[in-house]
Design a protein around this ligand. Structure first.
Ligand SMILES: O=C(O)CCC(=O)C(=O)O
Ligand SMILES: [Fe+2]
Length: 379
């Protein structure tokens, strides 16, 4: 049974007034360290850009099966593209949803033969995990007119929001604004000239459809099983429409509903964030269920803020003072912190991401990666 205890809703416009900002930072501190899940409103993302993308979701999913199959993730060593209904599983059970995985539109960089002279410029793309980075599979413009443009504009808005929000987190942590900026170098010519220490990250955006179930269900069905987000640093989830289903596990082990609230995004923290803060901020477990009749499909759009693939959790930790990392007593830190990040083999984000994608999409992995690589990451 799920509860209805309210999750915090933070009004980001309070950041514009020096007086009210302290109130916002106090609420953010509480949401970070005590709740691990929150809504944000007045977030500055233009409503018409959200609408431009969400209004195309029915057309995107209503493409013919043939058109969708032509965009299958199987075509992509970057694990980008379409996964059909119930093709993925969480906790050994099928997730009753279909989805498109998109990302920041970027060219392939992986170069297994990168020379040492390239390395001296900080451009060594020989590591296998750089193969995760690459371009999207776009639907044909005739099938979903305007999609590419709407997606790219939405992406840019969300990227900007995610960087603004990281600045607020820095303030809530009591560390200088801009501490994490090195992880998010902007893709500008000026930056390229200066060779930033890290390669700008690729963010991932999933477009998800949970079907209608007009007759209701005898028992709860799994839209997506209980999980922590493993794709990024922060997640900004847009729930399009009024259909419910998202639930969050609270500290006492009860499921709390997180229904769509107009004009908001839900924000939560990924595994890397939990590992970097040594569990002071939790990657809160959440799931999507279908309970009873749902007359319309439910659409959602999680934006997973990426990090540079060569960044290690140790490097991030060095930017977070000990007094922040130890805010949660050892006894309350989640056991799952013995996550892949604490195994030195997967310490860099790229290693842990490649492991995650190979484990969750063995069919794609088999097509693009060697048996040796697959068995290494499946151990
Ligand atoms: O669809 C939703 O509301 C949440 C989806 C989700 O948690 C995920 O894809 O990681
Ligand atoms: Fe999630």
């Amino acid at each position: 049974m799920s509860g209805t205890a309210a999750l915090p809703i933070l009004d980001l416009s309070l950041a514009n007034s020096p007086h009210q900002k302290q109130q916002l930072l106090g609420q953010l501190h509480d949401a970070l360290f005590n709740v691990g899940f929150l809504y944000i409103k007045s977030h500055g993302v233009a409503q018409e850009k959200i609408k431009a993308l969400t209004s195309l979701l029915p057309a995107l999913f209503d493409q013919t099966n043939e058109a969708k199959a032509s965009l299958s993730k199987l075509n992509s060593p970057h694990f980008l593209g379409y996964s059909g209904f119930a093709e993925e599983a969480t906790l050994g059970q099928r997730d009753l949803r279909e989805q498109f995985d998109f990302a920041t539109e970027l060219p392939v960089v992986y170069d297994p033969k990168a020379s040492t002279s390239d390395k001296s410029k900080g451009e060594d793309f020989s590591k296998l995990y750089y193969r995760l980075r690459g371009p999207n599979q776009w639907p044909a413009e005739d099938n979903v007119p305007g999609f590419r443009n709407a997606f790219l504009e939405y992406h840019d808005e969300l990227q900007a929001l995610s960087y603004r929000f990281v600045h607020l987190i820095e303030e809530a942590f009591g560390i200088p604004v801009g501490t994490f900026d090195a992880f998010f170098p902007r893709l500008t010519s000026a930056n390229n000239a200066a060779h930033p220490r890290y390669v700008p990250p690729q963010h991932r955006i999933k477009l998800v459809k949970y079907p209608a179930s007009p007759s209701g269900l005898a028992r709860e069905e799994q839209g997506v099983g209980a999980h922590k987000d493993s794709s990024g640093w922060l997640t900004f989830l847009y729930q399009a429409g009024e259909e419910e289903g998202l639930e969050v596990l609270d500290a006492s082990g009860s499921w709390i509903r997180a229904p769509p609230i107009e004009g908001t995004f839900v924000v939560n923290f990924g595994n890397a964030f939990e590992a970097a803060t040594e569990g002071a901020v939790k990657a809160t477990i959440h799931r999507v269920i279908t309970e009873g009749p749902r007359l319309k499909p439910r659409y959602s759009i999680p934006f997973f803020q990426g990090l540079p693939l060569d960044l290690t959790v140790k490097e991030v930790r060095q930017c977070i003072p000990e007094h922040v990392r130890t805010l949660r007593p050892v006894s309350e830190r989640p056991n799952s912190l013995v996550s892949s990040f604490l195994d030195s083999r997967w310490e860099s984000l790229g290693e842990s991401q490649l492991r995650k994608w190979i484990r969750s999409h063995e069919d794609v992995a088999k097509k693009w990666y060697s048996n040796e690589v697959i068995s290494y990451y499946l151990q």
